[in-house]
Design a protein around this ligand. Structure first.
Ligand code: BG6
Length: 481
């Protein structure tokens, strides 16, 4: 995460698993956009490696279609020609690594492993055996294991071939502009410094709600579930950024050092503080949606959770005793990612003998997506002879304050990989600390509550915490519950 962008040094990029969905939807369009902006290295190839027996021309055709559909900027013929010149394809057949070794001309190279984790070990061995691992940078996607033991095993496998300093673990939430803005909000404004702790904050809610179902990812999702898909990574990263103390500097290892302190301080989650759910058939907006168990590749009696609500605690000096309520789910009534900090009550209610009964908590809402922005809600007196309190809001919205469109998360993160900047990537100790907090849950047979697609999740979540910020509210600005 650099203060000013600079062109990356010459390097080759190898997309392993180049015919997959991630390459099509995210990686190729992101690389094209970087190329268009002049943010790719001046020299270097982009080599697609995958099992399919394609040639360069067919791969370019696919890449072109992917760019046209997913780049968000359309396809500019001049920009496309410059980008397409770099593209090569290599079928992952016998002799592929020998050919790769002769193709790659730059001493620096990035290997983006967009393949299942079970393929990592043989792949890394191949790179080592063919002399390709020296000075190689390896980029991997979650899942970084499925519990603490497998995460440690994965880290050992990686470290046999590449040191930690050349591993980039991607959590695309850290590439989101509004997530990075959390750091500027917290450490660029005196206003928030003194109030960002247990003295003033009553509780915090973190929500990653999705309208989409599991669709065509059934077999993969059966192995994952919402705890591993979203909580261990995206939600815990948001929690870490909400709770960190000011890093000694911006960049380098300082931010990750602070995050790992928070992740290690998450008290192992008590199974009684967790509600799991699974969606059944329903309607999301005007669209009917089948239940999770009807998704292709999902077992008819599956107990995989598509929803999680949980309470957890961060046992640090700053946050001791403050409950953090986390929730995520598929097929919910709305798509919304937000962090809501609720402030403590006033010490004395001067207005108790007026029409103001109890006051609302002051609340700071960080809207990460959609309708990105920040709002602060507080009490005001409704005009008129009676003293009647009404919650009002001060609102900042990205859409109205800034005209430029932020780069897509993958674009931002790929650029950081090319610059060798680790700030927005997950370190080995972070992922292990996050798994440690969830360990008690693997030893417990938790009930999975059904909820209809298009609802706000299982009703049991309300029993865990009645004060959830309502998801049902439609329109751009969530209002009071
Ligand atoms: C991915 C999960 O990491 O994040 C998906 O595997 C989820 O299940 C996605 O849909 C959500 O990302 P975003 O950027 O749409 O919030």
């Amino acid at each position: 995460m650099t203060a000013a962008p600079s062109p990356p040094p010459p390097q080759d990029i190898v997309l392993v698993g180049a015919s997959g969905d991630l390459a099509r939807r995210k990686l190729l369009p992101a690389l094209y956009n970087l190329s268009r902006e002049g943010s790719l290295p001046a020299q270097g190839l982009i080599v697609g490696l995958a099992l399919e027996p394609l040639g360069d021309a067919a791969f370019r055709e696919r890449a072109r279609a992917a760019v046209a559909e997913f780049s968000g900027t359309g396809l500019d013929e001049t920009a496309w020609s410059a980008f397409a010149e770099r593209l090569r394809y290599l079928p992952a057949a016998v002799g592929a690594y020998e050919r790769l070794a002769t193709m790659l001309k730059q001493p620096e190279r990035v290997f983006y492993l967009s393949v299942p984790p079970s393929a990592f070990a043989p792949l890394l061995d191949d790179l080592r055996r063919h002399g390709l691992a020296q000075r190689a940078v390896v980029v991997i996607e979650k899942p970084f294991g499925r519990d603490l033991a497998t995460a440690r095993e994965l880290n050992r496998t990686l470290h046999r071939t590449v040191p930690e300093s050349r591993i980039f673990r991607i959590d695309h939430y850290l590439g989101k502009e509004t997530v990075q803005n959390l750091l500027v909000l917290r450490f660029g404004n005196t206003l928030f410094q003194r109030i960002w702790n247990r003295d003033v904050i009553d509780h915090v809610q973190l929500t990653v709600a999705e309208e989409i179902g599991v669709d065509d990812r059934g077999p993969l999702y059966e192995e994952t579930g919402a705890l591993r898909d979203i909580v261990q990574n995206h939600l815990f990263q948001l929690l870490a950024l909400t709770c960190i103390s000011a890093p000694a500097s911006f960049g380098g290892e300082a931010l990750r050092d602070e995050k790992v302190k928070v992740l290690r301080a998450i008290r192992p989650v008590h199974p009684g503080d967790v509600v799991l759910g699974q969606y059944t058939a329903g309607r999301v907006g005007s669209q009917p949606m089948d239940g999770y168990r009807a998704v292709a590749g999902v077992a008819p009696g599956s107990r995989t959770e598509t929803y999680v609500a949980m309470r957890c605690y961060v046992d640090t000096w700053e946050w001791a005793g403050v409950p953090f309520y986390l929730r995520t789910g598929k097929a919910l009534v709305t798509r919304r990612t937000e962090i809501v900090l609720s402030f403590r009550d006033v010490p004395l209610h001067f207005f108790r003998n007026t029409d103001i009964g109890s006051l609302e908590h002051n609340r700071l809402t960080l809207r990460i997506q959609p309708d990105e922005g920040i709002s602060l809600s507080f009490s005001a007196k409704r005009p008129g002879p009676r003293v009647v309190e009404q919650p009002v809001r001060m609102d900042f919205s990205y859409g109205t304050s800034f005209t430029s469109q932020p780069a897509e998360a993958y674009e931002r993160l790929l650029h950081d990989v090319l610059l060798g900047d680790h700030t927005l990537f997950i370190r080995e100790d972070e992922t292990e600390a996050a798994w440690t907090a969830l360990e008690p849950l693997w030893q417990t047979d938790l009930a999975v509550e059904p909820y209809p697609a298009g609802s706000a999740g299982p009703t049991a979540a309300r029993a865990l915490f009645p004060g959830w910020h309502r998801l049902e509210h439609h329109g751009p600005h969530p209002e009071t519950p």
